[in-house]
Design a protein around this ligand. Sequence first.
Ligand code: PEP
Ligand code: MG
Length: 573
Amino acid sequence: MRIKGIAVSPGQALGKVVFIKTEEIAGTKQLIADDEISDQVQHFRNSVTSLSNQYNCSAEELFSSGKKEQAEMMELHHEILNDYTFIDRICSLIESGYGAVYSVRLALDEQLNNFAKIENPYFRERSNDLKDVATRLMYKLSELDYSEVKEIDYAAVLFAEELMPSVAINLDRRYIKGVVTNSGSSTSHSAILVRSMGIPTVMGCEDFSAVQEGELVFIDGQAGFVEYGLSERQIKDFTTEMIKQNKLDQLELSWAEQPTITRDNNKISLFANLINPKLLPAVIKAGAEGIGLFRTEMLYLDRVSPPGEDEQYLIYKTILEKMPNKPVIIRTVDIGGDKPCACLPVAKELNPFMGVRGIRLSLLEEELFKTQLRAILRASIHGNAMLMFPMVSTVEEILQAQELLARVKAELHSRRINFNQKIPVGIMIEVPSAAIMADILLEYIDFVSIGSNDLIQYTYAADRHNPQTSSLCSHFNPAALRLIKSTIDYCAQAGKLCGLCGEMAAEPEAIPLLLGLGLQEFSVNAALLLRTRKIISQIDYSQAAAMAEIAVKLPSAEQVAKLLQEFSSTVRQ
Ligand code: PEP
Ligand code: MG
């Protein structure tokens, strides 16, 4: 029997079911007498201090054992706990006659209600952190132990209504083979943590009440399902599948050392998309020939203040040094849309995807933009850095961004700080207006990278996150293909580099099409580098070009998909 959910962290595993239950406490009203108030306030303050110390110690331990992400989470929880508005609210509830534990519950509920009214998914997900901190505090006040997964020393798959970040932090990868939850999304803190630990995870599952504690289940974090009530036969089949997958992973590794060339010897650049510098070892291991997209906004999410110039400089420098002589395209922040950022609240918008996003925000927040430009320029002497602006839709935006860049360069020059004066400057082509005007825009820049994820959704006015419209976001929709083709052609005419860094670059059936259209640089997620290289090596460029010529003239995505399937099946023969 199968339960489906959101695929949050890839990998397959078999393990015994363990339910994590955090006991519900302080649900009932608790009133205190006037002469108890000062004791309760004191008890509350002592508990805050003690929990704060615990968070600090954990953060220090985690930092010193190299677990930076987990340590930062502890710091964030320390900050949430010490938020004076939260503390003041709890004290005033105690002073009005409620017990300390019940007051925390009331203050938490008020805050959660406020979060629920905010449409922004970032804040909805932060409610998970607040709940975690407040629950710990209630446990401390009640002198109870907070449920953690300590004693498991066998292969287990955890099931929970919700995975608290502080529980996720302490999962032991050796024994915890998978995580399954009712709530959660792939951008929640817990999701980020399990992914960084490589634990297969499926979130947002419907009812799993039929699953039995202790039974063996199979989890597939890539396909997003859990199979339970397994028969002997299924256990055997899943074990064989896991062994096969393991072998495939090993086999793919042999592609790491190979050059990226088509079957008829056309050299292609295969770059990696990077969201977290920690993933660099995987990128290097897979033999990436450069970084085609470093999504720097990821440095700004999940924190209360934006990263400073030195912090950013060190991160960019490290990446450049670890990719010697290889291009590293650093994209300035693309905040907004589905990537709101707490440290830089964007005013509520009716259509955030069409609002203040990417370069538009950077041009409004000059100081933030200049800080980032300074950091990138300073780092540029440590390697082959390239600078790229996201969400560009007009020439004016390029001119304004370049004017700010010139000001920052002049400032660095006057302070005698070294940087690469000739750092290449490019833009993402991800808005239809930029694709249509690409011949003109190219006069002002050195290179482009096509952001197919956004370009397709904006071309079809169809939100790719909305299940009812996502079919319009097919990589094979002909209108978007025409824009991709004309962009590649304009770049070829202008002699400028054209890459593509949307998910399309790694889609097996789209690869021959993109090659046929003349794409020179593919930038894909680290996990898909080797598969992409292997597919490119099987394709004959001239055959792909003939096929692509037909594809762009077809009337529908279905017909393009059919043509590509036929092409791929002949290649595989
Ligand atoms: C894209 O739009 O294709 C892209 C790579 O940018 P992002 O996914 O970060 O919006
Ligand atoms: Mg984009």
